[in-house]
Each structure stands twice: as C-alpha cells, then as structure tokens.
Design a protein around this ligand. Structure first.
Ligand code: SF4
Length: 334
C-alpha cells in the first residue's frame, strides 16, 4: 500500500470519526473493556453499557474486589449484552493483571494475548490504541476492506485466511500511528465499505481501490463456506401471580451460571393443559442456533422448580436476566 493511501485514510478518520466514549481515553483498562463489549455487539448497544460499567467498576481493582464477593453485580452490569463468558473472562483477566502485573495492564501484545478472553484481534486493538504498538487488527470488517482494496481472491472462510490477511494488514499499517490507523480501517468497514452496499462515491480511499476501478466490489470478499444455522423451537413459561413472575437461576452445568431466567422447555406437552395463553414468538440467534421462543403466559404453577423464586415485576430490573428472558418479558409485560 502506498503512503498516500495511509494519509488519505487517516485524514478522513481524524475528520469524520464518530465521537465514541472509548475514543476519548488512553486508559488501557477502558479501551480493553470497550473491545470486549464490542465483540459480537453493535456500537449503539455498547455505549450505555460501557459508560455504566465504568462508573461502577472504574479500575481492574474494582472488578477484582467485586468478584471476591459474588459476580452477581458484574453480571447485572452486563445483562442484556449477551455472551456472558466475555465478562467472566474479563473478570479473570483483571485478577491476573492485579496479581501478576500489580494492577497495570501489560503494554505488550504477547502478554495481552495470554490473558483470559483476549485473542489476536483484541490484543492488537489494545496494544495499538492504548500503547502505540505497531500491530494490525484483523477481523471480518478489515478482511472485507482489504480484499476489495486489493481485489484479493483469498477465501475469508478458509483455514489460512487470518494468516494471509494479517500479513496484508501488517504491511498496510501506518506504524507511527497504529491505533488511529487500525480504528480508521474498522471505521471504514463499519461506515463506508459495508458488506452489502459500500458507499464508494464518498469513500476516502476510492482512488486506491482495485475493486472500485474494476467495478467488481460485489465479488469481494470471497467466502465459500456459509454458516449453517440450526433452527430450534422453545416454549418459555411466564408464570404470573399477583404481579410476581417466577424466575430460576442458571446452574454451573447449564452455562451462563448465575443469570436468572424464565423456565424454558422444548416440550409443549407439559404446558398444554395449564391455564395458559401463547403470545407472539420471540426470535433469538446465538452462535449458529436460530431460536423461535414462544412465551406462554400461565397461572398454573404445578411443577415449578425449587431452585426458582417469585420476583415482583417492579424488582425484575435488579436481577441479571438472560437476553431471551429480557426479550420475552418485553413481549409478555407490554
Ligand atoms: Fe470499499 Fe468502495 Fe471504498 Fe473500495 S471504493 S474500499 S469497495 S467503499
């Protein structure tokens, strides 16, 4: 990539970048938190969670201090973002930072990668943005942008894609300003060079783009392997009694331990005789599972588990609820 490409991209980023709270800080802890929250979650959703989490837990010490007692408050601050293993790993990694690095986030790509929940992408993002370490980030956005810029035929779902694109991204990187450059590539992928309708007419690097010159952006990125989704149907029991709702706590073996949820079942048989009413289905996708969840409003409480409890509707917000439960309650209590 030519120096003029880097100049055009960085100039555009500095003029046009979105004003996001994690772009106003160089605090490695805050940047790390934003990167973890942004995994699989949109910017608009993350902003209020990020601000709220930082208010409650402004340093690694606050996270560790809280998890010494119970992780319920951490889970609650995360509730609604989904993928709860992220916050659990974040808490484990904060403990390592406190115990092994005296509470200072390590300024090293390799050391960051050793922390729980931090892979290549997140380590590169923290290292470059917080510490100016010249290492390029590579994710789906960056692969799409690079493959269009260079008309690259490498299959992004192939086994070697990450390696190949990492090499390309490292070569393209502006080494004096790696943090801004990485964010500029991500911003370009999110705001201009989008998957289905890239805004080539206002693209700051249009004159450097091979796919634009060839009129062939639709061909890139090359992706041969598609995600195969598994469709699942579930029933979710909304047991209501005197403005109270029955919730159960997830156990260790079920994953997402500590979250509270409405009882769920695949089997309608147990519910058909209950005094119940089916509500509009709620859709939820997690990894490759596409779930259709039918809320069942019921006043027949036979068979509810001992592990649960009745919670007043006005107190529901005090519980770390699973995402499906939050969606179902929105439908059921509207
Ligand atoms: Fe993407 Fe179009 Fe810009 Fe090329 S010119 S990088 S295809 S937005």
């Amino acid at each position: 990539m030519k120096a003029s490409f880097r100049r055009d991209l960085l100039g555009w980023y500095r003029r046009e970048k979105r004003d996001l709270p994690w772009r106003r800080t160089r605090d490695p802890y805050a940047i790390w938190l934003s990167e973890i929250m942004l995994q699989q979650t949109t910017v608009a959703t993350v902003v209020p969670y990020y601000e709220n989490f930082l208010k409650r837990f402004p340093t690694v010490f606050d996270v560790v201090d809280q998890t010494d007692r119970s992780d319920e408050k951490l889970l609650k601050a995360w509730a609604g973002l989904g993928y709860y293993s992220r916050v659990r790993n974040f808490a484990k990694a904060c403990r390592v930072v406190v115990e092994e690095y005296g509470g200072i986030v390590p300024a090293s790509f390799e050391d960051l990668k050793k922390l729980p929940g931090i892979g290549n992408y997140t380590a590169a993002a923290i290292a470059s943005i917080a510490f100016d370490i010249p290492v390029a980030v590579v994710d789906g956005n960056v692969m799409r942008v690079l493959s269009r810029l260079l008309c690259c035929d490498e299959d992004i779902s192939g086994a070697h894609a990450k390696e190949v694109f990492q090499k390309m991204a490292d070569e393209a990187l502006e080494k004096k300003h790696p943090g801004d450059f990485n964010q500029a590539m991500m911003e370009l992928g999110a705001m201009v060079c989008t998957p289905r309708a890239p805004a080539c007419s206002r693209c700051p690097v249009q004159k450097h783009c091979e796919a634009f010159k060839a009129g062939s952006w639709e061909k890139y990125p090359v992706k041969s392997r598609k995600i195969s989704y598994r469709d699942e149907k579930w029933f979710c029991l909304v047991a209501q009694d005197k403005q109270k709702i029955f919730l159960r706590r997830r156990a260790v073996a079920e994953g997402m331990e500590g979250l509270w949820e409405l009882p769920m079942t695949r089997d309608w048989k147990g519910l058909e005789k209950a005094r119940s009413k089916k509500l509009k289905p709620v859709r939820h996708t997690i990894m490759n599972r596409r779930m259709t969840v039918i809320p069942v409003l019921s006043s027949d409480f036979v068979g509810l588990e001992a592990s649960g409890r009745w919670v007043r509707e006005k107190d529901l917000s005090a519980y770390p609820l699973s995402t499906i439960t939050r969606k179902v309650l929105l439908e059921a209590l509207r």
